[in-house]
Write a protein that binds this ligand. Structure first.
Ligand SMILES: Cc1cc2nc3c(=O)[nH]c(=O)nc-3n(C[C@H](O)[C@H](O)[C@H](O)COP(=O)(O)OP(=O)(O)OC[C@H]3O[C@@H](n4cnc5c(N)ncnc54)[C@H](O)[C@@H]3O)c2cc1C
Length: 416
């Protein structure tokens, strides 16, 4: 079915805030749909036609992606980037070097979103290198700005060049850590950081300390999964101290007077020394301060309907979408979830453009996890239970902590 709206002379303007897993998935799946191609992250067109999700050829669209960074950063790979120079270089690709984005109707702006006005459909941007705010009007908006995470969980640089210095300094520090490295925090990030460091630099003494009696204590996972994570981590050679809550760190003098040394004191009285202390314990907060308060829950997550639109009752709510880590939804935050939501939002935006009233809906997501622990990985989901092994590593992360899997899934290396 074709409609007058799809044939209108001026293109539909789609603004995507955040150009990572969720945002890129929304942009590229929408590009596919607008050209009557199978969406790269979803069902083939014939399959969805039976769901009444009818495609019309060649919808006229214009997509703008705004991101604070000058490129796609493979966030999942952070633990590997922090331990290996070659991966550090590979995991940040400038947007101008991503073939899939070099399309006449895709524009990437380097800047930060400051405010969104739902009633006038205007976003205010602070573009990199400019002191003035830039307003941008849109027909449809996708918020995919993720969570704000602190160093060293995530590099804070906004340009690739600066990022190479930031991680490079960290790499030099851990490579010369004469008194070892202590990673504080036994969540998924701390486990992966400690394991990658040990595997890529086996001569370095690496200790992971955690305040609770189980690793992954904050996650809604079975105890068996948490115990398996401990076994895998210990296998890599990382020393694990559970029930150790860090009280203080103080820099102390060493005998040689040259190497850095920090003394850590725990609330149970235990003390130890290390050259580097990596804090992997911070709470992450959604980046949504630019949205009206009515859209957000008390923690700042975007309240969405199952079709990923903003809550009803707000101006133009049905034209505003949110995907990925920023949304209030069930399940552990995962990049696979972000990419899936990007695909759903793209489909539903395309349905709106083509005046079709059937929308795809996001199902409840059960707790599930894929965790890379050195050369092996652990996976858990309710139907499959806990599995581990090198084959699980290969299936979930490949050889580069998921970079190639995500790159290929989003088809970032290909022009449409
Ligand atoms: C160390 C680590 C390891 C992880 N490992 C795994 C794993 O193994 N498997 C897994 O599934 N998940 C993993 N995750 C979680 C996964 O990374 C997230 O679920 C995923 O990144 C969410 O994608 P997103 O697109 O919603 O947000 P993000 O990837 O956080 O992207 C948000 C984007 O928005 C941009 N942005 C932010 N604020 C603004 C603004 N104001 N204006 C413009 N742009 C803005 C950012 O620069 C960024 O590019 C891990 C996370 C971390 C930190």
């Amino acid at each position: 079915m074709s409609s007058l709206r799809t044939m209108r002379p001026s293109p539909f303007r789609v603004l995507i805030l955040g150009g990572s897993y969720g945002g890129l998935s929304a942009a590229l799946n929408l590009l596919d749909l607008s050209q009557h191609k199978d969406p790269r992250c979803g069902k083939k067109i014939e399959e969805t036609e039976s769901d009444n999700l009818v495609r019309t050829p060649n919808t006229n669209i214009d997509i703008t992606i705004v991101d604070e960074r000058d490129g796609f950063y493979h966030l999942i790979g952070s633990p590997m980037a922090m331990a290996s120079e070659s991966h550090m270089e590979k995991f940040w690709v400038k947007y101008e070097d991503i073939p899939a984005l070099q399309e006449p109707n895709i524009h990437v702006l380097h800047g930060s979103v400051q405010a969104v006005d739902l009633s006038t459909k205007t976003a205010t941007l602070a573009l990199h290198g400019s002191t003035e705010s830039t307003p941008l009007n849109y027909d449809y908006l996708v918020t995919a700005t993720g969570l704000r995470r602190v160093w060293p969980v995530v590099p804070q640089s906004l340009r690739r060049k600066q990022y190479l210095f930031e991680i490079g300094d960290h790499l030099r520090n851990v490579q010369t850590a004469k008194h070892g490295v202590v990673v504080v925090g036994g969540g998924a990030v701390g486990i992966e950081m400690a394991a990658e460091l040990k595997v890529l630099q086996p001569e370095t003494e690496v200790t992971l300390v955690h305040s609770r009696e189980h690793l992954l204590s904050a996650e809604p996972l079975p105890e068996e999964t948490k115990i398996t994570a401990l076994e895998l981590l210990s296998e890599t050679g990382v020393n694990v101290l559970l029930s150790h809550r860090l009280e203080s760190t103080v820099e102390v003098k060493t005998n040689d007077g040259t190497s850095k040394c920090v003394e850590l004191t725990f609330t149970n009285g235990h003390t130890m020394k290390a050259s580097e202390v990596v804090m992997a314990v911070s709470r992450s907060t959604p980046v949504t301060g630019f949205l009206p308060a009515e859209v957000l829950d008390e923690e700042g997550y975007v309240k969405i309907n199952s079709d990923l639109t903003f809550p009803p009752g707000l101006p133009n709510a049905a034209d505003h979408f949110a995907v990925g880590d920023v949304v209030k939804w069930s399940g552990i935050k995962r990049c696979g979830g972000a990419m899936h939501m990007g695909y759903l939002a793209a489909t539903n935006i395309h349905q709106l453009m083509t005046q079709n009233a059937e929308f795809m809906r996001l199902d409840e997501i059960p707790p599930m996890i894929g965790l890379a622990v050195g050369n092996k990985a652990l996976s858990y989901w309710p139907a499959g239970g806990t599995t581990t092994g090198e084959d699980v590593m290969q299936a979930f992360f490949g050889k580069d902590l998921g970079f190639s899997i995500c790159w290929n899934y989003l088809q970032l290396g290909e022009r449409i």
